[in-house]
Design a protein around this ligand. Structure first.
Ligand code: FAD
Ligand code: SIN
Length: 527
């Protein structure tokens, strides 16, 4: 079936929903998500949103902190733009009903996280993401111009390729006409034709075995755009969060927010010794790449599977009030955080790379925008500063809305697009072919493409992945399309890009650390 919309939004996280709300007064909007509206990285965000909102803080300080974390390759113009636009977008969120915690004097209660020189993280207890997600869902459900398609999986971006033209990464003027979308309930593939398409599909955590991301984060948007010959960038920069709860079998891994270290919690080894000062004078609040590497090293030296976070020296009632969800979750697994150390371990958390966009969120494909975690704006460089991603998502959703409203009047639907072709395919009865391959990719990425890399490990990862790639493409050609198969394909595609970019970067910078090139090399010429 063909469906026509002015705006097609793929993803119901902060980026997709805020874009939808900003354009919906000017046209019909379809918003898709592959499970339910809540299930998105956004929902799980704990720490909050970084923005300069108090008179004693300064844009220059937030800019400086972002540039330091990014380790020399942030786009300075982008950093300035995002940070200076922050307060206006925070105001918009508040108008949409997001309830950030305030002090008795009515001002925002601000937290501090690693790499920040000041208290500037707006938050709602320790579950800011859920507060944002639920508030935005409420708004989109009540907008008459927004149609919601949950359980709808975007398979491919539609371009001239689907009109029979040969498209390469060098082809000029590739255009997007919408997307092929699988209705997971009916197994039918619909053709969504749109004038403007927004990819807001979030992160990639599930290419790894251990991740803080919910299962929806499989790099779908990045893979779709790459297959459609759009450009991607910075794919080697995967951020590992230093502190997820060590509780084997938990997937996703439960996050212990960095705000807890901002509040005074300290990283310790099994003997109860603080170890971060050995690695960085900022101690437990050094930027994430440094802390994650230090923990990795401590674990390798001691042979232990985790280290500890100690918050027992803080006032117990205050700790419970600030971090009620973490307190509850840890208690469920037998740890009273006011009395006992929390066992923690790093896990894949955030993706700095992704679909290359300009400052209007335009991708390299015409009429196709990207925002949020799937995009690469230049804000994060080689390492994202904590709590800058929700900020980036709302600022770029806003930029995309403004820009697309300027051009939509000149775009028409392309009515020559053929329906999805599943000729020659049959039902794949053996789910194990897919589930086992996902496990294999996860193990390859955890073992060889983690916090510390080497030429040998990357080569091994590439060789192993190649076989899985061939098998999966063959399966895809001959099987009736399913969410699981598409996700496997996207996981492999994204993992391949991470390995490829990591192999090309012959230096260590930010989140990319390799024992073969342990130093930063400013003459390195990828940029
Ligand atoms: P998401 O919120 O992940 O939304 C993606 C959407 O795309 C989902 O609706 C999904 O169903 C949909 N989708 C994906 N693929 C398809 C497809 N093929 N077809 C249809 N729909 C699809 N950042 C901060 O700034 N501050 C924090 O405190 C913070 N804490 C975090 C804590 C955790 C545990 C995690 C995991 C992340 C945290 N982050 C934080 C990062 C931040 O939450 C994310 O970067 C951000 O929410 C991403 O928003 P998004 O809109 O880009 O994507
Ligand atoms: C956290 O709360 O530690 C996560 C913040 C982030 O990823 O930005």
């Amino acid at each position: 079936m063909i469906k026509k919309y002015d705006f097609l939004v793929i993803g119901s996280g902060i980026a997709g929903m805020s874009f939808a709300l900003k354009v919906a007064d000017k046209g019909k909007v379809a918003i898709l998500c592959k499970t339910n509206l809540e299930e998105a990285n956004t929902y799980y965000a704990q720490g909050g949103i970084a923005s300069v909102t108090k008179p004693t803080d300064k844009f220059e300080h937030h800019i400086e902190d972002t540039l330091i974390a990014g380790d020399g390759i942030c786009d300075k113009e982008v950093v300035k733009m995002v940070i200076e636009n922050g307060p206006a977008q925070i105001k918009e969120l508040v108008n949409w009903g997001v309830d950030f915690d305030r002090n008795e004097d009515g001002n925002f209660d601000l937290h501090k996280e690693g790499g920040h020189s000041d208290f500037r993280i707006l938050h709602h207890k320790d579950n800011t993401g859920a507060e944002v997600q639920v508030s935005l869902i409420d708004r989109i459900k009540n907008h008459p111009n927004i149609d919601i398609y949950d359980q709808h999986f975007a398979i491919e971006i539609i371009t001239q390729h689907h009109l029979g033209q040969l498209i390469k990464h060098t082809t000029p003027n590739i255009e997007c006409y919408g997307a092929y979308v699988l209705d997971i309930r009916t197994h039918h593939v619909h053709t969504f034709l749109s004038k403007i398409t927004m990819v807001a599909t979030g992160g990639i955590g599930n290419i790894y075995e251990s991740t803080s991301n919910p299962p929806v984060a499989t790099g779908d948007g990045i893979s779709m755009v790459y297959r459609a010959k759009g450009l991607v960038e910075d794919m080697e920069f995967v951020q590992f969060h230093p502190t997820t709860l060590y509780n084997p079998g938990d997937r996703p891994s439960f996050l212990i927010t960095e705000a807890m270290r901002g509040y005074g919690a300290v990283l310790k080894n099994k003997k109860g010794e603080e170890f971060m000062e050995k690695y960085d004078k900022r101690g437990s609040l050094a930027p994430r790449d440094i802390v994650a590497r230090a923990i990795d090293n401590e674990m390798k030296i001691s042979g232990e599977s985790h280290v500890y976070l100690d918050v027992t020296h803080k006032n117990a009632e205050e700790t419970k009030a600030h971090f009620p969800n973490i307190y509850k979750k840890c208690l469920e697994v037998g740890i009273d955080i006011t009395k006992q150390y929390i066992p923690v371990v790093p896990a894949a958390h955030y993706f700095c790379g992704g679909i290359k966009v300009d400052m209007n969120a335009r991708t390299t494909i015409k009429n196709l925008y990207a925002a949020g975690e799937c995009s690469r704006t230049g804000l994060h460089g080689a390492n994202r500063l904590a709590s800058n991603s929700l900020l980036e998502a709302i600022v770029y959703a806003d930029a995309a809305a403004k820009d697309s409203l300027k051009i939509i009047g000149n775009i028409d639907w392309n009515d020559r697009i053929p329906e999805w072709n599943d000729e020659g395919t049959s039902l794949n009865e053996e789910m194990v072919l897919i589930t086992q391959s996902v496990k294999e990719v996860n193990q390859i990425m955890n073992s060889y493409v983690g916090i510390v890399r080497s030429n040998l490990r990357l080569k091994r990862a590439y060789d192993r992945l190649e076989l899985l790639y061939k098998e999966t493409e063959n399966l895809f050609q001959h099987s009736v399309v399913s969410k699981e198969l598409c996700e496997l394909r996207n996981i492999i595609n994204t993992a391949y890009l991470v390995i490829k970019f990591a192999s090309q970067r012959k230096e260590s910078r930010g989140l990319h650390y390799t024992i073969d090139y342990p130093k930063k090399n400013d003459h390195f010429s990828l940029y």
